[in-house]
Ligand binder design. Structure first.
Ligand code: A2P
Length: 268
């Protein structure tokens, strides 16, 4: 597995499994609470060791359970989760309670990467929340800390007051919305980019082009898009309810795109 070295030296596998639909029908657990870990089990069997969850996905327990019952030691996994800031920030006590819940649900003493899930309209509060993440980082509970869905102006404000630089910015970057300028901004600031839903946004026409490119290498449209991302050092976290498709998404290290391929993909 190829990795990217984050800005404090820790390595993150360049492909991980997204999870926001794992273990669930809609937002409800499919099995009993802590029951059904099928997609996580498959992903582990397929060789995924990097998993991306979030408090708002309502399935940290499912991931924690799947990892705990696998025969693989915890330290071989890279786990990301995120503070649920979609409704803003409800204060330091709230943040501490939610973070401790994540640790408990994931059945772990440490989290490899912990993110603020979404910016909100209050830079002073964002800095306060960031300082809480920094405290967990300084105590070694979080190995890396970062942000998600932050735009340039949010990062500018955060970087002004932060003692610890965010290791990643997890953003939308997919066919039709590559967000190149933001990726460049991240890179310039030594912040790695993670693309959520990397297989989203692909319409029929784009799919045809991607399939045409993939045919040269015996690869599918999905493998071409994922390969495109890792070739530009963007970390990807696709998810699938299908064990074979999960495996396919990992099989992207045995071919390389040409400059012409990359040019065509960038124009989609
Ligand atoms: P499915 O669960 O039926 O496999 P993303 O993670 O980018 O949001 O994409 C998720 C979507 O992409 C899901 O609908 C998933 O469907 C599909 N998907 C995941 N992996 C692959 C793959 N290797 N090939 C084709 N489709 C895939």
């Amino acid at each position: 597995m190829e990795t990217i070295t984050l800005n404090n030296g820790i390595e993150i596998p360049i492909i991980g499994s997204g999870t926001n639909t794992y273990g669930k029908e809609g937002n409800e657990y499919r099995g009993a609470l802590r029951g059904d870990t099928q997609e996580v089990d498959w992903a582990i069997e397929n060789g995924y060791r990097h998993f991306d969850t979030a408090q708002v996905y309502n399935n940290e327990e499912v991931l924690g359970q799947g990892i705990a019952k696998s025969s693989i030691p915890r330290e071989e996994f890279f786990i990301t989760t995120k503070l649920n800031t979609f409704e803003g920030y409800a204060g330091a006590d709230w943040a501490h309670i939610e973070i401790e819940k994540s640790l408990e649900k994931l059945q772990t003493d440490t989290i490899d990467l912990f993110l603020l899930h979404n910016p909100w309209d209050n830079p002073a509060e964002m800095l306060e929340a960031w300082r809480i993440l920094e405290d967990y980082y300084n105590r070694g509970v979080f190995k890396e800390i970062g942000v998600s869905n932050f735009k340039e102006e949010h990062l500018d404000a955060l970087l002004d007051g932060a003692a610890v630089r965010p290791a990643v910015n997890q953003i939308k970057s997919q066919v039709g919305t590559w967000n190149e300028a933001l990726i460049e901004y991240n890179t310039k600031n030594d912040i790695a980019t993670v693309a959520w839903s990397p297989l989203g946004g692909i319409d029929e026409q784009a799919k045809q082009t991607l399939e045409e490119i993939g045919k040269q290498y015996g690869k599918t449209f999905a493998q071409v898009v994922l390969r495109y991302n890792i070739e530009r050092n963007v970390i990807v976290i696709p998810k699938s309810h299908n064990k074979e498709r999960q495996a396919q998404s990992l099989a992207i290290f045995d071919f390389a795109l040409t400059e012409n391929d990359r040019e065509r993909i960038s124009r989609l």
